[in-house]
Design a protein around this ligand. Sequence first.
Ligand SMILES: [Zn+2]
Length: 438
Amino acid sequence: MSTTSPQSPHHVLETLDLRVDGQRLWEALMTLAKIGATPKGGNCRLALTEEDRAGRELVTGWLEAAGLTLRVDQIGNIFARRAGRNNALPPIATGSHIDTQPTGGKFDGCYGVLAGLEVMRVLQERGIETEAPLEVVIWTNEEGSRFVPVMMGSGVHAGLIPLEKALAATDRDGDSVAASLERTGYAGDVPVGSHEFGAYFEAHIEQGPVLEQEAITIGAVTGSLGLHWFDVVVSGQEAHAGPTPMPYRRDALKTACALVSDILTLADDYQPNGRVTCGEFNVHPNSRNVIPGQVRFSVDLRHLEPPVLAEMHARLKALCLKHHAANQSDKQRVEVELIEVQHIPPTPFAPALIEMVRSASRHLGLSFRDMETGAGHDAVQIAGINPVAMIFVPCEDGISHNESENAEPEDLEDGANVLLLAMLERAGVVANPQEAAQ
Ligand SMILES: [Zn+2]
């Protein structure tokens, strides 16, 4: 190696025509998908099951063959490191998760991990050395399907979930995270949260319809929407459906329906980033010939900007009050109560890293746009402690958490190339590309 000054990754790309191998990436995805394959073409690799263990063995074997060194922390997060020239620098990391929903797809999470693997394979092949070390991370139990809370491994790493609480979580059969880590051989000894990242990039399928609808290849994710969860309880009085004339009913469902149709217009003034969803309903007593005495339903509000989310909350309160006050004659009295369930503030990502995603896309001639993530990701947890950016690629019909989840090989390849360039730009490239090519 004769050149010691870091070079622009775009220069390396021009000199070496450095690109990931899209075919190899696709084959890795399809090979991993054979473990826990479901009849409809999806995947079932619940966190820390035998299938998840087998998936981890497969992928860590690939990572080691690409020259990376493995470490496992106390919650089973796997950190695969590729040494840099200056190993005192914090690593430039990427990754995601390989556990799935019970009827999950082949790409959610797996793409982020295997895109990271593909970047490492290309760098190894081409003899590219980076200034900072690089890391590929497999986070434990992102999906939260077998064990709650979700995004467990990254949450513990980021200090958001206490290790003891995570280890004590049990599945429906009473099996704990601690026991499952022991059984699968992933009860590591590296203390959780023991190292920082210089940056963390996560590639992921969009899990929504925007990129596909707009025929855009890359989403440069600027942050995650904040969410505010509520329960609304509408209380009237049960009565017989036959003998009770309409003017004498305290029908909780009648009020709930009017209220819900008002609530569902609540995001209209805050487009494109406002979201409102009423996804869960409980009608009591839920009987054909009884006037509903109580309706309990959920409200999920989301927006990227805290003041707007607060305004949506204020409007929700006002709507509940309006429908509460509208029914105060004794004969028809129905009460409305708003209960706060959970509040997660919006999480902005790191502007400098977002710009690296944009500039890599620009350099590769790919169409791109800024967007927010409405779903939770490991990256959102890490954003609280280290600089983070995400790279979204389109997924078919915006469908995920579904066996039919699908993505185009070309889009996955393009996203991995953006990841490659962004990581190189952030880590700094040392090796002389012409020498390395010979
Ligand atoms: Zn995911």
